[in-house]
Design a protein around this ligand. Structure first.
Ligand SMILES: [Zn+2]
Length: 221
């Protein structure tokens, strides 16, 4: 709010300066014209052209400056190099293309990350970091790939930290300082194992898309 008022004040100030510059330029040109009296008309025309071109070029730079500020504001809001990331590929497709199959752990990692983005009002990617604890072998570690696709927190951007542990949990933190912790419920890996035995890995993955996340995770803000 305060920032908005300050920006508006700066823009009004710039606009007043811009309005004042035109008559000032003309007055200056006329004044100089009087000094140039008696000189050939061509000299007057060259002089007026020079004054007007200086005026217009400085006005253009003012507009550019204003646009630059605006872009700066958007940049600041999105907290990432290129602004908010537009995701156009359907969730299942991008998760499948990244990971190679849709097993229950990658699906749950993805859904946990999407829930974190939603509850923390974060676009993910550059705005958020995540620390995952998990056994470091599949199928459990597939969870980590789901986190990467769902939140945009990745190893390459160094906003994803992976720790080895006996069970799965993850902590999401935004740049603004809010955080969300999700802990996979203790008996849930056994439930997943039963799904896989009964319906295969992909069948268990389908179940993982549908189950209510409160049944899967302890969720702490
Ligand atoms: Zn997997």
């Amino acid at each position: 709010m305060v920032q908005g008022i300050l920006e508006l004040k700066a823009q009004i100030g710039e606009f007043i300066i811009w309005i004042l510059k035109l008559p000032l330029s003309i007055a200056f040109a006329l004044f100089k014209g009087r000094i140039l009296m008696g000189t050939p008309r061509k000299v007057h025309l060259v002089f007026l052209t020079a004054v007007l071109s200086v005026f217009f070029s400085s006005s253009c730079s003012l507009f550019q400056q204003r646009e630059g500020k605006h872009m700066g504001a958007v940049h600041h809001k999105s907290k990432g190099p290129g602004g908010p990331v537009k995701v156009v590929t359907p969730d299942k497709t991008r998760l499948y293309e990244f990971h190679g199959h849709l097993g229950p752990y990658v699906v749950l990692g993805f859904r946990a990350a999407r829930l974190a983005c939603k509850l923390l009002h974060s676009p993910g990617y550059f705005d958020m970091s995540c620390e995952v604890t998990s056994p470091l072998s599949p199928p459990h570690s597939c969870f980590i790939d789901g986190i990467q696709v769902g939140s945009g927190c990745t190893l390459g951007k160094n906003n994803l930290k992976v720790k080895e542990g006996e069970s799965i949990s993850c902590v999401f933190r935004t740049k603004e300082g809010s955080s969300l912790t999700l802990i996979l419920k203790k008996d849930f890996p056994l439930q997943i194992k039963k799904w896989i035995e009964k319906e295969g890995v992909e069948g268990a993955g389908e179940r993982a898309w549908k189950i209510a996340l409160e049944k899967v995770f302890e969720i702490k803000k």
